[in-house]
Write a protein that binds this ligand. Structure first.
Ligand code: ACO
Length: 273
C-alpha cells in the first residue's frame, strides 16, 4: 500500500487510523482517521510535498473511515507555506515551484489544491482541531474541513495578500460562504488575525474550548457524528452541500429525491404488484 509511514513522515505528516474514539468505545474499528501536521519545530509550515501527502491520504483512505480529524503537533496548527520556498535556496528536499508565468503553473497548483479538496467528500466528515496559529495555507486547510474546533488560543489569519499572493488553496469559497463577502474582504486585505472568540462569532468555529480540552472536545464531537447511521450521514451531507447553489424549489426537489434514494437503498426496490 502506498500510504507508507516513512513517505508520510518525509512529507511532515502522520496518519493514525483509530479503532475507537475515547468518548465512544463502541465506534467501529477504523472509523476515525487523524492526520497530524508534524513539523512542530517549524510550526508545521507546509510544503508542496505535504500537500501531495495530504492528497495521497485522501485518495487511499480506507472505506470504513467516516471522520477525519486534521490537527497540528506542537503549539501551532500551521504557520502556512514554508517561507523558505520563496528563497533562492528553497526548502530542503522540496521541489521548486514552477514559474507562475509558465504553462505548467495551473496544473501544479491544482495538484497542491488536491490536498485540500478531498476533505469535503460526502463519505467523510472532516474536523480541523486548531490550537495556536493557523496562517495562510494553514488557515485554508482549516477552512477546507467541514467543521472547526478551536482552542481558546487559536489565531486565524489569511496572510497571503500581505505577501503579494492571492489565497489559492481553496480557502476563498468557504471563507466567503461562512463570513460573507464584506467580512472576507476585510479579513483578507488587512491580513489581520482573528482570535477564537471572534472566530466563533463569525461562524468560523463550531466549538471553542480551553486548550487543554481540545482533544476531548474533538473526541466527543467525533463520537456524536459516528452515532448517525453511515448512509444517512452521507446522504445528509450531500443534500446540505447542494443547498447554497439551489433555489428553495430545487432544494425541496433534492430533499424528495434523496429521501427516496436513501429509503430505497435501505428497503430494496418495491416488489412487483
Ligand atoms: N516557514 C518556514 N519556517 C517557519 C514558518 C514558515 N511559514 N513559520 C515559522 N517558521 C520557523 C521559524 O523560522 C522558526 O525557526 P527557527 O527556530 O529555526 O528560528 C520556528 O519556525 C519557530 O518560529 P517562531 O517565529 O520562533 O515561533 P513563534 O511561536 O514565536 O511564532 C508564528 C509563530 C506566529 C507562526 C511565526 O513563526 C510566523 O509569523 N511565521 C510566518 C507565518 C507566515 O507568514 N506564513 C506564510 C503565510 S502565506 C501562505 O501560507 C501562502
Amino acid at each position: 500500500m502506498a500510504l507508507e509511514t516513512a513517505d508520510l513522515e518525509l512529507a511532515g505528516l502522520r496518519l493514525d487510523i483509530a479503532g475507537q474514539v475515547e468518548a465512544d468505545a463502541t465506534a467501529p474499528a477504523g472509523s476515525v482517521a487523524t492526520v497530524t501536521l508534524s513539523r512542530p519545530r517549524r510550526r508545521n509550515a507546509m510544503t508542496p510535498g505535504m500537500w501531495r501527502g495530504l492528497a495521497r491520504i485522501g485518495g487511499e483512505l480506507p472505506p470504513q473511515v467516516r471522520v477525519v480529524v486534521i490537527t497540528g503537533e506542537g503549539p501551532s496548527f500551521s504557520a502556512g507555506i514554508d517561507l523558505r520556498l520563496f528563497s533562492a535556496e528553497g526548502a530542503p528536499g522540496e521541489e521548486t515551484p514552477p514559474d507562475p508565468r509558465s504553462a505548467g503553473f495551473d496544473e501544479w497548483i491544482a495538484g497542491c489544491q488536491a490536498g485540500y479538496t478531498w476533505l469535503r467528500r460526502p463519505d467523510i466528515v472532516s474536523i480541523a482541531a486548531v490550537r495556536g496559529h493557523a496562517i495562510g495555507a494553514g488557515f485554508q486547510l482549516a477552512l477546507a474541513c467541514d467543521l472547526r474546533v478551536l482552542a481558546e488560543d487559536a489565531k486565524l489569519c489569511m496572510k497571503e495578500p500581505a505577501l503579494g499572493l492571492v489565497p489559492d488553496l481553496t480557502g476563498t469559497k468557504p471563507l466567503v460562504d461562512i463570513v460573507g463577502l464584506p467580512r472576507a474582504l476585510e479579513m483578507c486585505l488587512t491580513a489581520r488575525t482573528v482570535d477564537a472568540a471572534e472566530a466563533a462569532r463569525l461562524g468560523l468555529a463550531e466549538i471553542v474550548v480551553p486548550t487543554s480540552d481540545l482533544h476531548a472536545a474533538v473526541a466527543d464531537l467525533t463520537a456524536a457524528l459516528l452515532a448517525t447511521d453511515p448512509a444517512t450521514a452521507r446522504a445528509t451531507k450531500r443534500l446540505l452541500s447542494l443547498a447554497p447553489g439551489h433555489t428553495l424549489a430545487e432544494q425541496a426537489a433534492a430533499e424528495r429525491r434523496m429521501q427516496s434514494e436513501l429509503q430505497t437503498e435501505r428497503l430494496g426496490p418495491l416488489p412487483p404488484r
